[in-house]
Each structure stands twice: as structure tokens, then as C-alpha cells.
Design a protein around this ligand. Structure first.
Ligand SMILES: [Fe+2]
Length: 343
């Protein structure tokens, strides 16, 4: 389908499909090769490129990494090439397989710096450097404030529904990328499913353009404030599901399947659109990539859609499922050609 760009009186460009998407006048040259331009004549070529990468022979590869502190150029390029295709890439670090000798959070941070990721987005459940330990806390933490991880589904062993990270974060704390690194897997379950949100956008635009329009509205959903018991939580947030990120020119997706503490815009098209997204995420579709991360493995991504199945930990001791997570304000793909290594 071809979209025709127009300029409205506010300077925003709109068309029959992308109502409400704000387009920057010019996209910085450093991002041109991966920019998302829903109104441009070359949208069809961008769409064709994306769909061509859907089903790689042999599945989505896992890139082996020898030393995360100093990636080899070919390792780094392989990860960037995978991320350019589907906005996420799997890796495996040799020698990081045992919970007793885990990869340190600072090593993970150093690895991410080699992709230009240097501004971790913190949250109340993370340490002071933005590192979150995703594990089943099993009532070990108390209080009703945002710092008590037990309040949040990621820190249980229950199924975690589809979402993008930080869907309620404002522009300054926008999560454009994250890394999820497995230190210890569960005995059973804990499978992640990932989907490139650019494919979700294409599917909606192909099949239900009016529903896509509904999700591009700037007040498509609202999340109430999370004040907790000490007032240190986050503010309420209202925003679109799909928008163009003004800083990078990329598609930005905010989504959650949460059923409580969310208000979808009172619009029949929004309600229908949410159901259409649920149907797509239910599958089957080749863009839905299933992976149970094993110790030493991880996923580096531009904040793609993801969910997690319920899991059961091994009995006894300190051997529960443990993933490290770092979220960043930057998008992957802008890093300098030469790896800076560790400083
Ligand atoms: Fe997440």
C-alpha cells in the first residue's frame, strides 16, 4: 500500500495511515540507513526488506562471544547485523555458564558500551547503576513502595504478558534498548517469546489500517501514577502505542497486555485494535521467536515486544532463575565503527 504524505497546519505530516505520527523534518544522517519513514515513497521497500528477513534458514542464530569486555570486530558486526534485521540478537558468552562464577553486572555494562549504550535507565527495583536482577523474590521483600520487587510480575515465577519495557516512561527516561542476560535458568519454563514491533506495525497496516491509526493516537492509553508508600514512584503517563522517535527516526512502540491499572482510550477502534494485536501475538507467526535463555546466553535488542512463560525453580538453595537486565536510553545501531572496549 502506498501512503501519501501531507503537512497539516501544525507542521506534522499525516496521511491515511499514520495519523498522529509526528515526523521530524530531517533525520540525522547517522540513522538514515535504519530509519523508519511511514509516509515516504520508499516505505514499500522498507516493508519488503523487513518481511524478507522473517524466516532465516536454521532459525535465529546465537552469536558466540569470547570476551564481552573486548568484543572482536566480527562478533560486534554479527550482533549489529542481526539487530538491523529484526531489532534483536541472541548471544552466548563462553565461560559464563555457572551461577557461582557469574558474569558481573559491570561486565555486561562494558559489553553494552561497545554498542554505544552508555546511559542506563534506572528504576526503583534496580541497583544504583540501573542493573536489575530478574528473579523470583518469593515474599522476601516487604513494603508497598516501588522498591519492593515482590509487587511486580517480573519478580514472580508467573507468566509475564507481552509488553515493551518502560511503556509508561516519559521522553527523558525512554527505554530504547535493553539487554537481558541469563545467569541461571529455571528447572522448568521461563521461555521468552520475542517479536520485532516493526513487523507488528506492518501487519496492522497491511490488514487493518484504521486500527493502526487508532493506536497512533497520542492518548491511546494511560497508566496511572505508581506512588507506593513513600511518594518516590513514577508519574501517570498517557501516550500512543506507535510513534516515530524524534531522536532516531525509528518506530517507537509502547505496549502492554496488562488488564489492570491501564486505561485504553474510549474509542471502539482502539478496543478492536487491542484485540487485533492480541490475536497477532497469540500466533502462529514466523516473527514470533521462542527462546529459553541458558546460562551465559542473552538477548540484546531495541526494546522489542516480549513475554515470558511461568517457571519452576530448582528446589533448595540459591539456584533460582536469575537474569540481569540493563535498559538504555539509546537505540542500538549508532555505535562507532571501532569498538572502544573497556575504558
Ligand atoms: Fe520486559
Amino acid at each position: 500500500m502506498t501512503a501519501t504524505a501531507q503537512a497539516d497546519p501544525t507542521g506534522r505530516r499525516t496521511d491515511a495511515v499514520g495519523r498522529g505520527l509526528t515526523m521530524p523534518d530531517s533525520i540525522p544522517s547517522r540513522t538514515v540507513d535504519q530509519s523508519f519513514r511511514p509516509h515516504a515513497a520508499d516505505y514499500a521497500a522498507w516493508r519488503a526488506d523487513k518481511l524478507r528477513e522473517l524466516e532465516p534458514t536454521g532459525g535465529v542464530p546465537t552469536i558466540p562471544l569470547e570476551n564481552p569486555l573486548q568484543l572482536k570486530p566480527e562478533e560486534r558486526h554479527a550482533l549489529l547485523a542481526e539487530i538491523a534485521k529484526r531489532n534483536f540478537a541472541f548471544y552466548e558468552i563462553s565461560g559464563a555458564r555457572d551461577r557461582d562464577t557469574p558474569l558481573d553486572g559491570s561486565v555486561l555494562e562494558a559489553m553494552c558500551r561497545q554498542f554505544g549504550l552508555a546511559a542506563p535507565v534506572n528504576n526503583p527495583a534496580a541497583d544504583g547503576f540501573g542493573l536489575s536482577r530478574i528473579e523470583y523474590v518469593d515474599g522476601r521483600e516487604g513494603g508497598t513502595g516501588p522498591g519492593n520487587r515482590a509487587r511486580y510480575i517480573p519478580y514472580t515465577n508467573r507468566r509475564l504478558n507481552w509488553h515493551t519495557d518502560g511503556y509508561y516512561n516519559d521522553e527523558l527516561r525512554k527505554v530504547r534498548s535493553f539487554v537481558l542476560h541469563c545467569v541461571q535458568d529455571a528447572e522448568h519454563g521461563g521461555e521468552n517469546v520475542l517479536m520485532d514491533p516493526e513487523i507488528l506495525y506492518i501487519l496492522l497496516r497491511d490488514e487493518h489500517p484504521h486500527l493502526l491509526q487508532a493506536l497512533c493516537q497520542e492518548d491511546a492509553f494511560s497508566i496511572p501514577a505508581d506512588r507506593g508508600d513513600n511518594g518516590s514512584g513514577r508519574m501517570a503517563f498517557t501516550g500512543p502505542v506507535f510513534s516515530v522517535d524524534a531522536e532516531t527516526g525509528a518506530l517507537y512502540t509502547r505496549f502492554t497486555q496488562r488488564r489492570h491499572h491501564i486505561h485504553w482510550l474510549d474509542d471502539p477502534d482502539v478496543a478492536e485494535a487491542v484485540k487485533a494485536v492480541d490475536r497477532i501475538l497469540q500466533g502462529p507467526h514466523p516473527a514470533l521467536v521462542r527462546r529459553t535463555l541458558r546460562p551465559g546466553q542473552g538477548v540484546l535488542c531495541n526494546n522489542v515486544l516480549h513475554c515470558r512463560s511461568a517457571f519452576e525453580d530448582r528446589q533448595g538453595g540459591d539456584h533460582g532463575r536469575l537474569l540481569f537486565r540493563l535498559r538504555f536510553n539509546q537505540r542500538i545501531g549508532h555505535a562507532p565503527e571501532k569498538s572502544p572496549g573497556i575504558i
